[in-house]
Design a protein around this ligand. Structure first.
Ligand code: 3PG
Ligand code: MG
Length: 347
């Protein structure tokens, strides 16, 4: 993989720098509920400050507002950033998705972002699969560089596309088989074992097909309704009572998946095994997280929900890389060119 040129090679002293970060964090009651992405953006900002940037304007999208919407104002994110990295040269621009031209990669919108700036640094790995004004068009208007997080993500995830230690186990869960089919097709062939759980396994039972053999659950925690307190019982994967839902993998599947994962030398895990936000349906995801953490090899976790699970279990230090990108990590592993990366000159 050709890497984009690094911010470390840029002449930043005295410059006004526009940084695109991915500060699209979950909010709860108007507060930042998880600041992982804000922390991940710090090394590049610190580097720019240390190297004497005169002014740094950080921009990001937040959520999916259809236009200006106070519920998606960037203020809570800006406040956290100001606490984590207080410096008067640093300011945060309003949510890029308030700009009508952002998601259509409008050159005029990009021009308004570039106005008055000398350099552009894209550190928004999580948004690199989007060709938006703040991730793509603007990179053609200013000298453009890749931030440290963007580069680290490309290097770590890129390892899964190169020579890998075997067995290579791919673990997929979460919703929407279609969204993950590309990755499964690109990596699935290279994987020694493909494990599928969670909502994906439910979709396969309902008829979704994959072009290679996969390990499916043999049992599930079935629930009478989609509810944290729903009546539940262990049922065979292929004999869930009519109208019931599999909300987690069952104990037999947990043990089998755990064993397959622990025998791996390389693992990529994307997507939870069940509705882990609800304690009663969290065991499967927990078992997978623990098994991945126990592997003595190269382990990568990607995708918002599995990342949240591994962080909540405090196992994030026990894996080789936790990606800040969901869709972006999947598209990279599908072998696609990410527009936000392609727009930056190569190293
Ligand atoms: C994400 O959280 O997946 C990224 O920030 C991209 O957000 P988007 O899917 O709304 O473009
Ligand atoms: Mg997404």
């Amino acid at each position: 993989m050709t890497l984009p040129r690094s911010v470390e090679t840029a002449e930043v002293a005295g410059k006004r720098v526009l940084v695109r970060a991915d500060l699209n964090v979950p909010l709860e009651d108007g507060r930042v509920a998880d600041e992982t992405r804000i922390r991940a953006a710090l090394p590049t900002l610190e580097l720019l400050l240390e190297r004497g940037a005169e002014e740094i304007a950080v921009c990001s999208h937040l959520g999916r507002p259809k236009g200006p919407d106070p519920a998606f104002a960037i203020a809570p994110v800006a406040e956290r950033l100001a606490v984590l990295l207080p410096d008067e040269r640093l300011r945060v621009l309003e949510n890029t998705r308030f700009l009508p031209g952002e998601t259509v990669n409008d050159p005029e919108t990009a021009r308004s972002l570039a106005e008055g700036m000398d350099l552009y640094v894209n550190d928004a790995f999580g948004s690199a699969h989007r060709a938006h004004a703040s991730t793509e068009a603007v990179a053609h208007l200013l000298p453009a560089y890749a931030g440290l997080l963007l580069l680290a993500e490309l290097e770590h995830l890129g390892r899964l596309l190169g020579d890998i230690a075997r067995p290579f186990v791919l673990v997929a869960g979460g919703a929407k088989v279609e969204d993950k089919l590309g990755v499964l097709e690109n990596l699935g062939d290279r994987a020694d074992t493909v494990i599928i759980g969670g909502k994906m396994a439910e979709e396969i039972r309902e008829g979704a097909r994959l072009p290679f053999p996969v390990e499916l659950p043999t049992d599930v925690v079935a629930a009478a309704s989609f509810d944290a307190d729903a009546e539940s019982r262990i049922a065979p994967y292929d004999a869930v009572p009519d109208g019931w839902l599999g909300l987690d993998i069952g104990p037999e599947s947990r043990a089998r998946f755990g064993e397959l994962i622990r025998g791996a030398r390389t693992v990529f895990w994307n997507g939870p095994m069940g509705v882990f936000e609800w304690e009663r349906f969290a065991e499967g995801t927990k078992a997978v997280a623990e098994a991945v953490a126990a592997v003595e090899g190269y382990t990568v976790v990607g995708g918002g929900d599995s990342v949240r699970a591994i962080a909540e279990l405090k196992l994030d230090d026990d894996v080789s890389w936790v990606s800040t990108g969901g869709g972006a990590s999947l598209e990279l592993l599908e072998g696609k060119l990410l527009p936000g990366v392609a727009a930056i000159p190569a190293a």
